[in-house]
Design a protein around this ligand. Sequence first.
Ligand code: ADP
Ligand code: MG
Length: 347
Amino acid sequence: MSNVTLGIIGSGQLGSLLCQAAKKLNIKTVVFSDDKQGPAQNYSDQFIFAKYENSEKIKEFINKVDIVTYEFENIPVEILKRIDKEKKVLPKPSINQIIQNRKLEKTFINDLGIKTTEWAFIKSAEDIKENENLLPGILKSNTLGYDGHGQFVLNSLHDVKKDWCFTADYILEKKVNLKKEISVVISRFTNNQIYAYEPIENIHENQILNHSKIPADITKEISNEAQKSANLISEKLDYIGTMCVEYFIDQDDTLLVNEVAPRVHNSGHLTINAFNISQFENHIRAVCGLKNEKVKKFFNAEMINILGKEIEEYRNRSFSDKEFFFDYEKKAIKDKRKMGHLTILKK
Ligand code: ADP
Ligand code: MG
């Protein structure tokens, strides 16, 4: 498969790490992005900068590649579908259509008999009143949310302002009294084989992932249930590639799906150093039709996200042979922006 050229849409840190995994497998990469400064261009073989609506540039991209994948889910589905008519897009665009829409995503998961938080679809302030039982809750934009963007905590109906004008659709979720958050990163291959990494424990601060670790401090039952649900979701989506299921565990040890990411995931970064095959390599293998290799864990690990200005301190630090620092080489330092991560291997 070394003659394959893979197209990757999006040029952030996930794109960079996908390009590095592809290089290891001798697969050439062409990154397409609407961010002129996207760091993945430092690792791809070619880089095309243009708006996603630029059909000339999309055509150029299609002509250069054999298969297309993406590093983030908020790409207009019509564009993925257009590309898919000429070159296969994996995971397939219809999956993205479901998952980039919280209402469709939760409905899909609930229909599989898998629990999510209690939720309602919201189009107006009136709809919130009718779902007062979900308060305290979190109002989330139905599409285009990430790292807590587009989320509002509503403690009671007093927080709902009469003059709110709803220009977008929302969902309202009951606030879960969290015991823990975990995620299952899972890769599904064209031969229908599946590999689920063990559950990863995630600690969030201000709705942004702060750090992740394996093993997760959870019971065997919850671990099995989380992997089983992730398996079912990937199968029913007919998913090809690496995806991630984020879960909440409430105070009664009930496992609830928070959301699905149809891509490699921040919590899975520790797989780069702790396993023989990372979530990125498994994604490339799966979408390029390579077979799944046996995955082995070498170490327990912890991964710390480096946000905003914190990166400056890390850039001037030295590291032990158990510490792996990743600088995403983003041009601008912004408050709360993911700038890099550190993985620490443990016994
Ligand atoms: P994003 O799409 O921005 O990742 P999430 O829906 O995953 O948004 O929310 C980000 C984080 O906010 C979660 O990981 C969790 O820590 C917190 N959060 C979101 N929804 C709830 C909820 N219903 N109850 C409790 N905490 C929540
Ligand atoms: Mg999330």
